[in-house]
Design a protein around this ligand. Structure first.
Ligand SMILES: *Cc1c(COP(=O)(O)O)cnc(C)c1O
Length: 449
């Protein structure tokens, strides 16, 4: 019996290099990119995509790459997922845009109903739709400010909330996100995170929350604070999972002090972490939750969902935008949500976690450069350090990622110190492909010793 790779969305599920990477067609396109596209828009790999589905991206030279990136946690249900394709094709033939603020349509309402039902908490909720994660984060802050009549916003070390002016202020890392782009929006304050790998081992979740809240009380004051915005597991900042108890303690303090607790689940949402939302893990119920990335199978859509009394505090016409909740994106979102449910993708994310952590822990057992294996679901990372220390090794991380890329595995890096390899496979990836990608990772790590 031969093991033939399966086909998903017309793409053979295997890794196959038919040229060096990048191949001649990608190199030619890269030349055109350099001549036509602003150089500030970088690329992780100099390889152009032609087709993608399941756990594979096919490039313009016919190389089949294993996808451990999902276009940065977006194609959780897979690229060109069948239900998404069908729903978008039907919608694009019906109408492409009317603007929900001019003549509304039911897809937007249905997405709002779904998010109100599925997001944490069974309280009365409302939703507003936007185009990008950053735009939705901005709107969550607008809503919190109107609802509380206060100005200040607290964010955390290593946070990533986007690239617009307000969200640059909220994002922690200077290079490349903020450098030279200021001045930034005022009234944004940064508190220390719970970062178990780097915190003193005696600092559990409660103590880390007390440390953050002491700073907030002394430097900001609850009476000035509209919102506290936090990623339940940090994405760009390094896949940092706070110690248990940290998030519930912050949420409780916000509730007691009239501060809107905003969960930025742009990266963690929609089954990615092995729960539908990462807040579910510790039963945290945010006042507002911001979603995007995995929401619509690759189409641009974002949302703010939350307490009806907060959401409805904004005057009519105060929220919106020309494209927010575009009908194609809404059709895609409904199909993506149906796929998550019908195909059991929350469970699939937990299987991916077991498989990946099992392999990565075994790798770490005899490689002291792997300081920590962490993450949940299909959001897994390894932090690379100088052996026996917590000193970040960004050069090694870069080298390993580049070698994986040359071998046909799409991996991303992250972390304030650039020393975290992150894995965000689509949940449609096969176990065989995951194992093969981890074999490649083991080989390239071994080759750098
Ligand atoms: C990606 C991301 C954003 C920004 O989303 P965009 O769609 O790129 O604007 C905000 N918050 C988090 C946690 C993210 O991962």
């Amino acid at each position: 019996m031969t093991d033939q790779p399966t086909t998903v969305a017309g793409v053979l599920q295997h890794r196959a290099l038919v040229t060096e990477l990048p191949g001649p067609r990608s190199r030619a396109l890269m030349e055109r990119k350099t001549a036509a596209v602003a150089s500030g828009v970088g690329t992780t790999m100099p390889v152009f995509a032609a087709k993608a589905g399941g756990g594979v991206v096919v490039d313009v030279d016919g190389n089949h790459l294993i996808d451990l990136g999902s276009g940065i946690a977006v194609t959780t249900v897979g690229n060109s997922a069948p239900r998404v394709v069908e729903a978008v094709q039907a919608q694009v033939a019906a109408f492409t845009h009317t603007c929900f603020m001019v003549t509304p349509y039911d897809g937007y309402v249905a997405v709002a109903e779904a998010l109100n039902r599925l997001t944490p908490g069974d309280h009365d909720k409302r939703t507003a739709l936007f185009n990008s994660g950053a735009e939705a984060v901005e709107n969550a802050v607008k809503i919190a400010r109107v609802a509380t009549g206060k100005d200040a916003v607290v964010v955390f070390d290593h946070a990533y909330h986007g690239r617009t002016n307000l969200t640059m202020a909220m994002t922690a890392k200077n290079m490349p996100y903020k450098h030279g782009f200021g001045p930034f929006a005022p009234e944004v304050y940064r508190a220390p995170l719970s970062y178990p790998f780097r915190d003193d081992k005696t600092v559990g979740g409660q103590a880390a929350a007390a440390r953050a809240l002491d700073l907030v009380e002394k430097q900001v004051g609850a009476e000035n604070l509209a919102a506290m915005v936090i990623e339940p597991i940090q994405g760009e900042g390094g896949f940092i999972e706070p110690a248990p108890g940290f998030l519930p303690a912050l949420a409780a303090w916000c509730r007691e002090n009239g501060v809107v607790f905003v969960a930025d689940e742009v990266q963690t949402g929609f089954a990615r972490t092995g729960d539908l939302f990462a807040c579910h893990h510790e039963g945290v119920v945010p006042d507002l939750i911001v979603t995007a990335k995995g929401i619509a199978g690759g189409l641009p859509l974002a949302a703010v969902t939350g307490r009806a009394d907060l959401m409805d505090a904004v005057h009519a016409g105060g929220l919106g935008g020309t494209y927010g909740g575009n009908p194609l994106a809404c059709a895609a979102a409904l199909a993506a949500l149906e796929t998550i449910e019908a195909d059991g993708l929350v469970d699939r994310a937990r299987q991916v976690e077991r498989l990946m952590k099992d392999r990565l822990h075994r790798l770490a057992a005899d490689d002291a450069r792997i300081g920590e294996v962490r993450g949940r679901g299909a959001m897994i990372a390894v932090e690379l350090v100088e052996p026996g220390t917590t000193t970040p090794d960004a050069a090694l991380t870069k080298e390993v990622a580049a070698a994986a890329h040359r071998a046909g595995v799409i991996v991303l890096t992250c972390g304030t110190h650039g020393n975290v390899l992150r894995f965000l496979p689509p949940l449609t990836i096969t176990d065989d492909l995951l194992h093969e990608a981890l074999d490649v990772l083991a080989d390239v790590l071994g080759a750098t010793r």
